[in-house]
Design a binder for this molecule. Structure first.
Ligand code: ADP
Ligand code: MG
Length: 496
């Protein structure tokens, strides 16, 4: 440990049900450095930082602050110790003003014990100016842009005297100008001797702002390096590790016929001139960093967001759906990332969730036929091996993997030709993931066109025929997957 070390985490381990999120990880932070935490999705970066910010407790290991061992009890305690976190999902109260948010829980009081608004706004103004924001301390958070909210979070952390500031993917949702401003701020904080942990995947950012970098992979510590002494390719190699086991690749041969052709699709601000095609029986992967525009491409295709240019040809017909329902009627199913929000009616039972997709065929003279309804549910429960204690149980009581299967079965019950899956295995355990892959491949064999957006590269490399890589709204490569490696995909996704 050098004398510049302010924080040291040693042999940190953390289990979650079914995963070892951190396996004996070491991490050292120096005074006045920007330390980048790097690693693929699921590598354990956020978990390590949540332990530091008191949101999670560690199973094993030790944490030292200024050489003294500390036990971080909860988020409040972490803040008292000078550890501030700027969360991606902000922790601000929308209806409160900037000043109220900054001093939440420690409002300035008058001698009579009421809130001293004059002082609140004065101090609020100072705190806001410190992060280079010119807006009023009275402005309500709900009227702020993402960038403003983030700066308010930083102002709050600074006013709490944080010496260590943790940024977890702070720029994923910021515009270029806001990123510039944030970087200026981070550089000045660094010059004042603050220590900054910075999680990001964006290569140009990492190299412009970072001093050192620690790489995690699959919950394990890989290495800590000085960024300016390390090439971009070396970093990518450390993140990706060995190339993927090619023997695990399992590709289904697609048919000749094209089912979807997208040309010059534009949907500002996120989608810029995207073109690709998809054959029947093909699984087409979409890789890219969070915020690269993958989801927006799909939403523009199904009409959930407005496209301003380009054509979408589906089954030899130019289509222009104004709403996902219209796309669905034509045979395009978009299964969003958020099953809970859009995919399922959680309070409804399993059977009705399945039949929802195909009310027409199971209704007789306008009434729901109980017999047909039951038959349909049985078929899909068996077909997709949905594990449920019968078709009468509520969807909300199923595991994530089984909920996902339920969503799929519902769309199968309709007469679709194209499935778009957005992060189909997020939050699902390994076993259920395997089953979802099998289902996707079965759908491909049956001639459906399949698009899969995933942040887990090994997953795309296993099942996709081709992979479209996106960065900042553009397609940077369309790669044939027959002998593709993770490095190559990351290379196109990370930029610089
Ligand atoms: P990263 O931030 O590097 O993408 P995370 O730290 O979020 O990775 O996740 C590491 C692993 O721990 C992943 O496998 C993830 O699914 C799992 N994980 C993270 N948080 C939880 C949680 N609250 N419950 C269960 N598993 C979790
Ligand atoms: Mg994370």
């Amino acid at each position: 440990m050098s004398e510049k070390t302010v924080l040291s985490m040693r042999n940190i381990s953390k289990h979650f049900p079914g995963v070892l999120a951190l396996d004996n990880v070491d991490f050292q932070l120096e005074v006045g450095e920007v330390h980048v935490l790097l690693g693929e999705n699921g590598a354990g970066k956020s978990t390590l930082m949540k332990i530091l910010s008191g949101a999670y407790s560690k199973d094993n290991g030790q944490i030292f602050l200024d050489g003294n061992e500390i036990d971080i009890r909860d988020p409040k305690h972490a803040i008292e110790l000078g550890i501030g976190t700027i969360y991606q999902e902000f922790n601000l109260v929308p209806f409160f003003s900037a000043a109220e948010n900054i001093f939440l829980g420690r409002e300035f009081k008058t001698s009579a014990g009421t809130i001293n608004w004059k002082k609140m706004y004065e101090e609020g103004k100072k705190a806001i100016n410190l992060v280079g924001l010119n807006s009023s301390p009275r402005k309500r958070v709900r009227n702020m842009t993402v960038a403003e909210k983030q700066l308010i979070e930083i102002a709050k952390a600074l006013s709490l005297n944080s010496r260590i500031l943790i940024f977890d993917e702070p720029t994923a949702t910021l515009s270029e100008k806001d990123v510039d401003h944030l970087f200026k701020l981070i550089r000045s904080l660094k010059a004042e001797g603050k220590s900054i942990v910075y999680i990001s995947h964006r290569m140009e950012e990492i190299r412009s702002i970072g001093d050192r970098c620690t790489v995690l992979r699959d919950g394990k510590y890989i290495d800590t390096v000085r960024i300016k002494d390390t090439t971009r390719n070396d970093l990518i190699r450390m993140i990706a590790g060995r190339t993927v086991d090619l023997s695990k690749k399992c590709l289904v041969e697609p048919m000749e016929e094209v089912v979807l052709e997208v040309k010059g699709l534009e949907a500002p601000p996120k989608v810029k001139e995207v073109s690709f095609d998809l054959r029947k029986g093909e699984i087409l992967g979409f890789a890219g960093l969070v915020g690269s525009g993958r989801t927006e491409v799909m939403k523009a295709i199904v009409g959930e967001i407005k496209k301003t240019r380009g054509t979408v040809v589906f089954e030899n017909e130019t289509i222009n759906p104004r709403h996902p329902c219209e796309a669905l009627r034509k045979g395009i199913v978009y299964l969003s990332e958020d099953r809970k929000d859009e995919g399922l009616v959680l309070k409804m039972n399993v059977r009705h969730n399945i039949s929802l997709g195909n009310l027409k065929s199971i209704c007789r003279r306008g009434f729901l036929s109980d017999k047909k309804d039951r038959k349909l549910a049985r078929k899909y429960i068996q077909d997709l091996q949905i594990k449920c204690p019968g078709d009468r149980g509520r969807a909300e009581n199923l595991s994530g993997g089984n909920q996902q299967k339920l969503v799929i079965s519902r769309s199968l019950a309709s007469n679709s030709k194209l499935f778009i899956f957005d992060e189909p295995t997020r939050g699902i355990d390994v076993g259920a993931k395997e089953e979802i892959y099998c289902i996707l491949q079965r759908l491909a064999r049956e001639g459906f066109g399949i698009i899969v957006i995933s942040s887990e590269l090994p997953e795309l490399l296993r099942i996709c025929n081709r992979i479209v890589v996106m960065r900042e709204g553009k397609v940077t490569a369309i790669l044939d997957n027959s002998d593709l490696s993770q490095d190559e995909v990351l290379n196109h996704a990370m930029g610089e």
